[in-house]
Ligand binder design. Structure first.
Ligand code: ZN
Length: 321
């Protein structure tokens, strides 16, 4: 009989996934709905409620002690609200309050999706056993999270470690966030594809112009494709090196769709790190691919939930230290 479970929610722009998770990180019951990302706030909340309803009909639900939510950002864990860039109907949406209501007063923990992925990799994945780690999600955007001194470092609003929006190119291209030369502007999947196209890369006959297609061309030696990945790797390396210099991380774990490019990304990334991570205390930094795959969001949300599960009903501890 499972009596110490948590419910996990992973909220993204395309799907809302849920699970009941045990103390070993096993997903015992799953539920999923597409995100009605173009619809109004209540329609999106309806999809969250439907996922929770599906979990609640499981006999295991009675063992759930807390809820963990990993959401596309920005989130504000201190206010319990979310404003995902790709879900325009939700702006300062009081997600924590609504999930508390839907679950009969279970304590709820909210973190950004980058922090959730980091929690998952630290609990059961590539950062396991490391006390100081940076985890990155490189896909449509670039997100991340930090483990410092053996603990997940969320920050007051749950966004700490958001490496995608630190500038590595002072006078670089304008980023949608308002700054210039952000890591994301140089290293996200869409920007890898855009730069390759601008420099003469031609998609194959299937017309696929994604970063994955650029990676396939790079593997065959296409110069514009290789160069675009090298530039992305350089930006990531500069961001990782800066983080390592500030916080003395031991490992940088890289996940997300773009990490699927494998050595096309990792080889130039390790090379560039030698250029930027130069001081004695950062030279030993390890770079590793993420291993938790598509369940990272749910497993990480469950890890976040475990920080509030013992605080009792109606606790709204949303930014535990
Ligand atoms: Zn930015």
């Amino acid at each position: 009989m499972h009596t110490d479970l948590v419910a996990a929610l992973d909220i993204g722009g395309t799907k809302i996934a849920g699970a009941l998770v045990d103390g070993d990180g096993s997903l015992l019951v799953r539920a999923q709905r597409p995100t009605p990302a173009r619809e109004d706030a209540e329609s999106v909340m309806g999809a969250v409620a439907a996922v929770l309803e599906e979990l609640k009909v499981s006999p295991l639900w009675h063992g759930a002690r807390a809820v963990g939510i990993g959401s596309a950002g920005p989130v504000d864990a201190s206010a319990g609200t979310v404003s995902p860039v790709n879900v325009p109907g939700w702006r300062d949406f009081p997600l924590v309050e609504r999930v508390v209501a839907e679950t009969g007063g279970l304590p709820v923990a909210l973190v950004g999706d980058g922090v959730a992925m980091t929690a998952a990799e630290h609990w059961l994945g590539a950062a396991r056993g490391y006390d100081n780690a940076l985890c990155l999600v490189v896909s449509t955007g670039v997100g991340g999270g930090l483990v410092l001194g053996g603990k997940l470092h969320r920050g007051p609003t749950g966004n700490a470690g958001h490496i995608g929006h630190i500038s590595v190119d002072l006078d670089g291209d304008l980023c949608p966030c308002g700054a210039r030369g952000c890591v994301e502007r140089l290293a996200s999947g869409p920007n890898i594809a855009r730069r390759a196209l601008e420099n003469g890369w031609l998609p194959g006959p299937d017309g696929d112009a994604t970063a994955a297609a650029v990676a396939a061309s790079a593997r065959l030696g296409d110069r514009a494709a290789v160069a675009s990945f090298e530039r992305a790797a350089q930006a990531l390396a500069a961001g990782i090196a800066a983080t390592a210099t500030l916080t003395e991380i031991d490992i940088a774990v890289i996940g997300g769709g773009v990490a699927g490019a494998g050595e096309v990304l990792f080889a130039p990334l390790r090379r560039s790190l030698r250029d930027y991570a130069t001081l004695s205390f950062v030279r030993g930094l390890t770079v590793a691919p993420a291993v938790m795959g598509t369940d990272a969001g749910l497993v990480g949300a469950a890890a976040a939930a475990s920080s509030v599960r013992h605080e009792g009903a109606n606790a709204r501890a949303v930014a535990a230290p």
